[in-house]
Write a protein that binds this ligand. Sequence first.
Ligand code: ADP
Length: 659
Amino acid sequence: MGEKVNAQEILGTSKIGLWRGEYENGAMVRLYADDKMDELLGITAPITPEERAIFFSERICPDDRELFLDYIYKLSENRTEIVYRYIHPVTGEMIIRCGGIRDLSSKQCLSVIGVHQDISDIIRLEQQGMAERRLAEQNITLRREQVVKENYYRDLLDVQNCGLMAYTLPERTIIHMNAEARRMYCVTSIQQMQQELGSKLRKVFYPDKDSLNRLHNLMETDDVVDYECILNHGTEEECHVMAKTKTIRMPSGERVAVTTFLDVSDMIMLRDALQQAEEGNRAKTAFLFAMSHDLRTPMNAIIGYGDLIQSHWEQENQAKEYLKKLQEASRFLLELIGNVLEVSRIENGKESLREEPWDLRQLTDTLDILGNEFSRKRLRVTTHVKLTQPLVFCDGTKVQEILMNLLSNAVKYTPAEGEISLELQQIPSDRSEDTVLRMVVQDTGIGIAQDFQPRLFEAFSRERDSSQSGIAGTGLGLQIVKSFVDLMGGTIQVESTPGQGSRFTVELPMKPTDVTSITPIQSAPLFPLEGGRVLLAEDNALNAEITGTILRDAGMRAETAENGAIALEMLKAKPIGYYDLILMDIQMPGMNGYEATRAIRSLPDERSKILIIAMTANAFEEDRQAALSSGMDEYASKPIRAAQLQQVISDVLRNRESQ
Ligand code: ADP
């Protein structure tokens, strides 16, 4: 069993003393105390009860003396407690809890017995606890207020159309990022931004390289940097911003970089559009200026020779000569318009490659086309052809056009009896799977001045105009050549010495292809134009008359419809097989060429399969695509010529056969 606990021992370890006080005439006269009580009172030597009473009374804190006496009186009735301050001679103020009860056994005087407890520590602890509690409460309130305030500012920042991001330096820990900044950086949270910070910052493009240096300096020195940049550069989410980054010091001493961004993408777009419009305007003015001269020359010739023909109608030979000149001028005009259209398409980025299996040996046909020119000027032409892999995948028409332009320039700019050489060969490519076609056109002509050479490939640039040189030209040919070469990923070089001649070298990379993918040329029989019946859908009476005449001259019968709807009705009204072919204009009132073709293709009988060839003024790839996707078989560019028509029809028939 446990030891018996001695009450006195417990009291000894506690801070509780026992006492008995005797009072006479309202004043304590004797005070008896146990050892603990004496210790608490600060009495260290033996003392009489009378002396103790005085010692004690004197050390009650003067402010509490009255309270103490009052208490003693009250004790006469009840057992009560009091807390008062006692001044200990050594340790100073103590807080004492005093509980007493009247000792009724004593008859001589008022006697009170009680306990005297030092509660200073308890009170202090309690006070401390209270203070802590109060502090904690205050903290909670403050924190709440702070959160409310923070949320308020956060919401306030979120509704701004200005992005804001703040991160510490040098660690780059993001402290804040508002909604607009998250939108600009394409992230949904600060956490995501923190994770992707490296890659996001790498995707910022600074048009002015100096801003990046200035931003780097912010790592060391406090400053403000204003700059322009593109966020998410190179992606679809590009965002053009004006930004300002400032470094600040937080009360904690931490350095923070605060950046504000303003999305100016729309403004930039407008600015670019404006700039483009202005540039476009300038280019248009330059173009019109150049065109007015170049167009007027052949136009004047056409009108002039037309007048001459009229007035020399009776002199047949003379009239024929003028007619020849008029035709030359018309052809030139057509070529000019074709080139201008081509250039404008290239400039609008509309020109694209139509790559298909092609035989490079066809390039020598170009020489045949120019045959007349060579002999007219008695030019000596030498060719050197070494095509090791002639079957390639390329846009053959454009390659031919490049060569044609270079050769016709050589003819144009080389005086009679000069020399022209053409070299066609294939050289190895850097990429093993490719082959490079090298075309070299050299002449012994007038040559090109060194200072003009850099402008050679610009639109409308000519070293001498037609009136100076007597050589007709537009200054567009080499620009087209250069654009095509660029489109094919090739190169063009020129070496020239005035008075001695020029040498143009073109190199075009292309993929070789196998024999089977090339359809043999000329294998299909030519379409028998003679006797064929053509339904000509054309709203323009003049064009209808010209085309109709050409067709009839080639031995065909032509019937004209003024728009698509009439053509459809005529086709339906005649027996199956009555028409061999429809030549369909595209732009017609009422029902246009595309609509009419779709309607014909959905007819219930064999009529739906009739050959339909579009006639367009702009024979470009997208016109061709639009024609094909509406169900037409091919297109032919205006003005329609019998030979061209025959070629187109033969191509279509050949394709139909091979399908
Ligand atoms: P064009 O021949 O219609 O004027 P190009 O763009 O083909 O237009 O050529 C631009 C200019 O380059 C020509 O006007 C001429 O001054 C010069 N040029 C081109 N090819 C030759 C050449 N083979 N010899 C001398 N000059 C040339």
